[in-house]
Design a protein around this ligand. Structure first.
Ligand SMILES: Cc1ncc(COP(=O)(O)O)c(C=O)c1O
Length: 410
């Protein structure tokens, strides 16, 4: 059964949403099995299968499913014992959770600008942002294209700073042949509906330094040693540390396992979609001064997104409006965090991270979902090619029905 069979067709067939969830085929069967197992809470058979698959494929010490990437980041901040006197270096161009998780522990975020080619944190700026208070660097692999991990790990190691990878976009991407999420002491994944593999809302904490495993299990289970109890290592479980409830239901794990099992076919679909956009838009982009995604030779991307960098904010907004008028939903992405209300409270001001500010104004993400057909894509490409650069367009969401509410910042 495909996603198109399952979905009620409540949108015009000519409408192209930005994202739509995908069913790889075994989701319902696995959910039924989870129900038949009489195990709907966390850490059931399907959670264990997801853990084993991630640990085996990525060759990591431990994977723990969480209720979101946000929660995996919060666990990372707890595990690193982030305290109010600590500074954490974070990209200005990222999702709020990359930063908020550390601010929740009282850390002071130090915003680092991004590179204009990969849109990843500018590793050459790291040294001048490091102070005796710097505890950690959080590296987001934007669009699943790797940060310059060699430099980041070298600078961090020399300065005794911990590295956390926010790999929300990058599961199965690689840097110099090594999987993303396996460089820092900890890394986080997202299985939100907009990601390559999803269970609606979900995430994972990847643990590369085994010293964190035992405490991670405790933090994830409300600060108790319940995991040890279920393994028969203690005869009762009790409150031993701080923590929260970070484990997802086994029903969600069952859904996710179906997707992870289909990882090769999902990635092949996304590769085809990404390459279609590139092949059909590169001439148009070259003629109009539009920058397309850049993937360095030493990076293998997981084909998470396809974006355009328009020459200006006005042109980006005009293209979003024009595509909407053609029933195509494209979206902008992150607003620079140092200029957000919270970012300004930490001293952020215009001009601090000029590349982030500029890219945030000009970036537009094209519709991208696993069962996007060539005909869907041809519709998008043809609309882009018809766009008239000097005309004024107004934003009118009423052109779209279902799908218009997809979170633009995820
Ligand atoms: C870079 C990054 N980190 C973290 C998150 C948060 O993910 P989640 O929705 O799973 O909490 C997102 C959301 O899309 C993201 O883009």
């Amino acid at each position: 059964m495909s996603s198109r069979d399952i979905f009620r067709e409540d949108r015009e067939s000519s409408e192209i949403p930005f994202n739509r969830p995908f069913f790889s085929g075994s989701e319902f069967e696995f959910i039924q099995q989870a129900i038949a197992n009489w195990h709907l809470s966390g850490d059931g058979a399907f959670t264990r299968k997801c853990h084993a698959l991630l640990e085996r494929e990525l060759n990591i010490a431990k994977a723990l499913l969480t209720t979101s990437c946000t929660h995996a980041l919060e666990m990372a901040a707890l595990l690193l014992d982030i305290e109010p006197s600590d500074e954490v270096i974070v990209p200005a161009f990222t999702f709020v959770s990359t930063v908020n998780a550390f601010v929740l522990r009282g850390a002071h975020p130090v915003f680092i600008d991004i590179r204009s080619d990969t849109l990843n944190l500018a590793e050459t700026h790291l040294e001048r942002l490091i102070t005796p208070r710097t505890k950690a660097i959080v590296a987001l692999h934007y669009a699943g294209v790797a940060c310059e991990m060699e430099t980041i790990m070298e600078v961090a190691g020399r300065n005794n700073i911990l590295v956390v990878e926010d790999n929300a976009h990058g599961l199965f991407g690689k840097y110099r042949g090594q999987y993303l999420g396996t460089f820092g002491c900890l890394a986080t994944q997202s299985f939100h509906e907009t990601k390559n593999f999803t269970c609606g809302e979900g995430g994972a904490l990847l643990i590369n330094d085994p010293q964190y495993i035992e405490r991670a299990e405790i933090i994830r289970e409300k600060g108790t040693d319940r995991s040890r109890f279920f393994r028969g290592q203690v005869d009762k479980y009790t409150w031993v540390d701080i923590g929260s409830s970070y484990l997802p239901s086994d029903i969600l794990a069952a859904f996710l396992y179906a997707q992870l099992e289909s990882r090769e076919s999902i990635q092949a679909r996304r590769k085809r979609i990404w390459e279609y956009y590139l092949d059909h838009l590169k001439d148009w982009a070259g003629n109009h001064g539009v920058q397309l995604p850049f993937v360095p030779d030493h990076c293998e991307q997981p084909y998470h997104m396809f974006y355009l960098l328009l020459p200006s904010l006005a042109e980006r907004q005009a293209l979003i409006s024009y595509l909407l008028s053609r029933r195509i939903h494209s979206v902008f992405h992150y607003l620079p965090l140092h200029l957000s209300t919270m970012g300004r409270r930490f001293g952020g001001k215009e001009g601090d991270c000029p590349v982030s500010e500029d890219v945030s104004d000009r970036l537009l993400r094209l519709p991208f979902y696993n069962d996007m057909t060539e005909s869907d894509q041809a519709q998008v490409v043809s609309a882009i090619q018809d766009f008239q650069w000097r005309r004024k367009y107004t934003l009118d969401f009423s052109a779209l029905g279902a799908g218009a509410g997809v979170d633009e910042l995820s």
